[in-house]
Design a protein around this ligand. Sequence first.
Ligand SMILES: [Zn+2]
Ligand SMILES: [Zn+2]
Length: 294
Amino acid sequence: MLKAQIPSIALEGRVDLHCHSTASDGILSPAALVSRAKSQGVTLMALTDHDTVAGVAEARDTGARLGVAVLAGVEFSARWGRRTVHILGIDVDPASAALQEAVALRDRLREDRSVRIARCLEKRGFPGSLAGARALAGDGVLGRPHFARWLVESGYVEDTARAFKRYLGAGKVGDVKVEWPQVEETVGTIHAAGGSAVLAHPLKYGLTRTRLRLLLEAFRGAGGDAAELLCGRQNPVQTRELRQLLDAVNAESGAAPLRCSLGSDFHQPGQPWRELGCVHLPADVEPVWAARRP
Ligand SMILES: [Zn+2]
Ligand SMILES: [Zn+2]
């Protein structure tokens, strides 16, 4: 992503480089999402749906009409050791063959996972979850949040948080493993599509400080461009600690230092701490849009 390609006026308002629409598990259509961003003072945003760029064209059309610069983005699931991490591709070319291939592969992996989740839920006495989750996803990418919503709407649990806690979260019956492509491969895909690779929400993987440092080092070693210093709900102490870790990792010799990115990870209205454009980067960090790869 080159700063020269971003109109300077787009950097005068709020920036939000991580949000979701109905193309994956968000509640708002791409057009409604961009309108909402506009009303929140956002002037530069990236639509980063899970494993798809299907919403980008609509978001860009709306952005062009409303005066919001919309970058094409995606949030890929990737494998780091035995864990799943999320890597954002920011300012990618949605038509690139590498990107399309990666999206198609993840489609197959998600489909396979959904069938296995449904089978597990059926064994627990919840039949019909695959059709139900699919209906909720509509044309969007099917994910665990749709199963969670189906469990709520069918009256099996009170809310989606409990659906994850009891049935879909780590170690529960619907927690089926997926062999996502590795971090290195995913960064390579994003670069091949002309984008910047950003490690999403580093604080949300439940890692110890030592493990988080290893992840940041691995991501930098894999050619990653930036990490989200700020994402959604995060207190200032956490942000300060993450900043210190990033500084320490960047002080090591090796690949180019990781820049900083930011985003709300907005999925739906009514979550006050995850409103679009709700976070700001400190002035003294190198933002991802300043990154220049040779
Ligand atoms: Zn994520
Ligand atoms: Zn996200």
